[in-house]
Ligand binder design. Structure first.
Ligand code: ATP
Length: 239
């Protein structure tokens, strides 16, 4: 018998009002994997993450985590299962300190109980945040705020960390640092579902990826397969 995949989307559709955003998306992820969601603006990448974290209602299909249908749970149970969602645009609380922002990330009972230890771990990954723990988040640079947003996601002690365009608007050097940190987090055993428009960067980090176009998966495969695919090269890699 086949074991339940950690994350399993089957035939998932969702819309905003009457506007369809994703249509019949199927995607699976195993424990500890790093998987990319690639595609142009408006392809439905963010909506796919929202479908997992319960922020949009499915009009069709199922999202299962460890075989549990997430639609059967009240929304607050989803982070308790170990699913963290870092949305696009580093939504940190600007008038709170770095440390307060991180502490808020540990908002489910299990994470709260281990908050001090996880905080040390996050400061270990992001020494820059440790140096600035008392600084107001709103006064930090864009790159630092992005690290803080990722750090806050880690405070949940997630098994699955979903990151929506972590490199958006960052200078190249900060993008390098951000990707390096995501790689470290993955090596520590956390599964990563990465939405990214920078396709070559994403493919160097993830093991597999799905390419979305107009709300549907048009292709999926290993990073090497996608990097060598003529269609991907022409549309996303400028080759
Ligand atoms: P982006 O990188 O621009 O966020 P994306 O691939 O993440 O692109 P989505 O944000 O998931 O794409 O958008 C999918 C479709 O749903 C698009 O047509 C978009 O205009 C629409 N959409 C997204 N959010 C909303 C919303 N809050 N209200 C109405 N339509 C939306």
């Amino acid at each position: 018998p086949q074991e339940a995949r950690m994350l399993d989307l089957s035939g998932v559709s969702a819309s905003y009002g009457s506007v369809p955003a994703i249509n019949n998306i199927s995607l699976t992820m195993g424990e500890g994997e790093a998987v990319g969601l690639l595609g142009a603006n408006g392809a439905g990448k963010s909506t796919t993450l929202r479908a997992v974290s319960g922020l949009v209602k499915l009009s069709a299909g199922h999202v299962r985590f460890d075989g549990i249908d997430l639609a059967s749970l009240p929304p607050h149970r989803i982070p308790e299962l170990g699913i963290a969602h870092v949305p696009e645009g580093r939504q940190v609380f600007p008038d709170m300190t770095v440390q307060e922002n991180l502490e808020i990330g540990a908002y489910v009972p299990k994470a709260k109980a281990e908050r001090a230890r996880t905080l040390d771990l996050v400061y270990g990954i992001f020494p820059r945040l440790a140096d600035r723990k008392k600084q107001l988040a709103g006064t930090m640079s864009g790159g630092e705020q992005q690290m803080l947003a990722v750090g806050r996601g880690l405070m949940l002690k997630p098994r699955l960390l979903m990151l929506d365009e972590p490199s958006l608007g960052l200078a190249p050097v900060m993008t390098d640092v951000t990707f390096e940190k995501i790689g470290e987090i993955h090596k520590m055993g956390t599964a990563i579902l990465l939405v990214e428009q920078n396709v070559s960067r994403a493919l160097s980090l993830v093991q597999r990826a799905y390419v979305l176009e107009s709300g549907t998966v048009i292709m999926h495969g290993s990073s090497a397969e996608l990097a060598n695919n003529k269609q991907v090269q022409a549309a996303y890699l400028g080759i």
